[in-house]
Ligand binder design. Structure first.
Ligand code: SF4
Ligand code: SF4
Ligand code: SF4
Length: 353
């Protein structure tokens, strides 16, 4: 477990040690935990070493970071259940299988019940820990809305955390489930929101504002398209027709960015670099509740995107591009007349006295 100790200076931070119990035992690929290790703003190292001024002490329990195995690793979950870790933020990664339709086995779990010797399923852990958690966070689209494991005709009954606990569920601290979707979730979105919640629990920050899908508005208030560095090419009707284009808009190759709430083109992936359409990959809408079923086939042009892009391409787009080029050519791409490029050294300045 990442239990790196630190000694913060501020008296306020000594009042609270927040535990982050990060369960990776949903129907998942653990891509969100792996992505989280590449966060830079703040980084995981910033969080577990207490490098951020004024921050409360944080202990992160996550099996990707843990050295312990078996009972040593699961001890934290039992401690939390007994009320010995308080406050704690319960983070769930991966979708929740419906254990009522598990046949003779079980879908996912960790640890075992010491009385029955039976595995403890994710459903049971959520039942045991959610009433004691100060906040519950779902990371990745599997945990938020079901994601890939919940695709049509899946046999597991996979669902998101809000589907399991209820969309109006609130923690004992009165906090609704915070959804941080993405497949995986953008690394800094996860660490930033965890820090926000820890500061909020310490009474040092307001609670994050959430939209109707449970997402923080500060992170998911804009569409991918509104932040994409190719957006001006859409406006000018300049569209790529094959992969490998270094600048044109990708909507005709299937990009769904205009209708997808995601800050990845704005924030990049790591240290501000990357970000799906920015670097030539179509947006497949991985942050959206309807992902993946409503956006497939991913590489087909969306009918609404086709309509609006054809409008841009065949009407105002070329006019905009022509007008802007003319403005640049005639006026803005030239030096002002009083700074003409002449053989003699002159700036055209006329002495007036
Ligand atoms: Fe893996 Fe994506 Fe599911 Fe996260 S949301 S667990 S990255 S499949
Ligand atoms: Fe919008 Fe996608 Fe085009 Fe970017 S590549 S401008 S997100 S449609
Ligand atoms: Fe997912 Fe699209 Fe955001 Fe990329 S830009 S992370 S594909 S929603």
């Amino acid at each position: 477990m990442a239990t790196v100790e630190f000694a913060p200076n501020q008296a306020a931070t000594e009042a609270i040690t927040a535990h982050v119990l990060w369960m990776t035992i949903g129907l998942s690929c653990e891509g969100d935990s792996v992505a989280m290790t590449s966060a830079t703003n703040p980084s995981l190292e910033d969080i577990i070493t207490g490098a951020i001024p004024g921050m409360p002490k944080v202990v992160v329990h996550n099996q990707v970071l843990a050295y312990e195995v078996g009972d040593d690793y699961t001890k934290a979950w039992y401690d939390a259940e007994k009320g010995e870790l308080d406050p704690f933020v319960l983070v769930i990664e991966g979708s929740i299988g419906n254990e009522k339709i598990n046949g003779d086995g079980y879908w996912t779990g960790i640890g075992y019940d010491h009385l029955t010797n039976q595995p403890i399923t994710l459903n049971e852990w959520v039942d045991r820990l959610s009433p004691k958690a100060a906040a519950v966070v779902a990371v990745g689209t599997c945990a938020t809305y079901g994601g890939i494991p919940a695709m049509k005709n899946n046999p597991t009954g996979a669902m998101g955390v809000r589907d399991y606990l209820g969309w109006n569920w609130k923690s004992k601290a009165g906090i609704p489930i915070v959804n941080i979707p993405g497949c995986p979730a953008q690394p800094d979105n996860m660490t930033e929101m965890l820090m926000h919640l820890v500061f909020a629990l310490a009474g040092m920050a307001p609670l994050p504002e959430l939209d109707e899908a449970g997402r923080p508005v500060s992170l998911f208030g804009r569409t991918a398209h509104e932040s994409c560095n190719r957006a001006a090419f859409y406006e000018e009707g300049d569209f790529a027709t094959e992969y490998g284009s270094d600048h044109r808009c990708l909507v005709k190759l299937g990009c769904k960015g205009p209708v997808v709430k995601c800050n990845v083109p704005l924030r990049g992936w790591q240290s501000g670099m990357g970000g799906c359409p920015n670097v030539g990959g179509i947006c497949m809408a991985c942050t959206m509740p309807g992902f993946p079923d409503k956006y497939m086939p991913f590489m087909d042009e969306d009918p609404n995107g086709k309509l609006s892009s054809n409008l841009a391409k065949f009407t105002y787009g070329p006019l905009l591009r022509w007008g802007r080029n003319q403005s640049m050519k005639r006026k803005f791409d030239k030096e002002p007349m009083w700074r003409h490029n002449r053989p003699e050294l002159t700036t055209g300045y006329q002495k007036r006295w």
